[in-house]
Ligand binder design. Structure first.
Ligand code: DC
Length: 233
């Protein structure tokens, strides 16, 4: 049997700041798979739209302008010497810029635009063509790869997730208030769950994982076990 036959697709979905990315990155590294952060792709499109005056006050988005610009937006990932993965927007390293709070406040309306979703879903499906990939997001197990062999749905209470995000931003030297971050997490949850086009939804065949009380080591062990169980089927 070709070794590619054994390569699977692992979809990790869940709410914002639920720790999906940490989980997905760590699993991909342990099993030698590619990792794709789809949230970073929606964030990169949002950055492009903000830079080109397509988002106004109160997060109003100029949908026709964004639709028209999609063909000019190239999103790729690059591995840094320290092993971390950075997002490139038309070749520019935008990894830090796309994590800023002002951008996070604009990303939900941009990611609700059907043409944006269709464009990015196609790119994500291309990334997974050869399988052997861990992808995290909101709709990976439901829309991008409904046939993924392993689907995980991650959750933790909003307050826990907001606290994690504050720590993450502080470590990067970005000053933030906990209340503002919590409000952003709650509002993004609501927008992600209620948008018309592929809303955040748990796939029926997903394994639930609440990681609020798990150490990273425990979390990694659970993931490796789930992966080993799937590939030995
Ligand atoms: O995972 P994140 O917080 O970096 O995601 C940023 C935003 O992108 C989030 O508010 C919802 C959106 N998103 C999405 O709609 N679908 C995905 N597959 C991934 C993210």
């Amino acid at each position: 049997m070709d070794t590619n036959d054994k390569k699977i697709i692992i979809a990790i979905d869940g709410y914002s700041s639920s720790g999906k990315s940490t989980m997905a990155k760590s699993l991909a590294k342990a099993i030698g798979y590619k990792y794709v952060d789809t949230g970073a792709m929606y964030r990169a499109v949002t950055l492009y739209a903000m830079r080109h005056g397509m988002i106004g006050a109160n997060h109003t988005v100029n949908i026709p302008a964004i639709e028209e610009a999609l063909h000019k937006i190239d999103i790729t990932f690059t591995l840094m010497p320290d092993g971390t993965q950075h997002t490139l927007l038309n070749g520019e390293d935008v990894e830090n810029l796309i994590r800023q709070l002002d951008l996070s406040e604009n990303v939900s309306p941009v990611s609700a635009i059907p043409a944006v979703r269709q464009n990015l879903v196609r790119k994500q499906q291309d990334f997974g063509k050869e399988r052997g990939i861990v992808m995290d997001g909101r709709d990976i197990g439901t829309t991008v790869f409904p046939d993924a062999e392993l689907k995980i749905f991650v959750n933790a209470p909003a307050a826990t997730r907001a606290m994690r995000r504050v720590k993450e931003l502080q470590e990067k030297g970005v000053p933030v208030s906990y209340d503002k971050v919590l409000a952003n997490v709650v509002s993004r949850d609501r927008q992600d769950e209620t948008r018309a086009e592929s809303p955040l939804r748990r796939a029926e065949d997903a394994v639930d994982l609440d990681n609020s009380n798990l150490t990273l080591k425990e979390q990694d062990a659970i993931l490796i076990k789930l992966y080993n169980d799937r590939i030995s089927c």
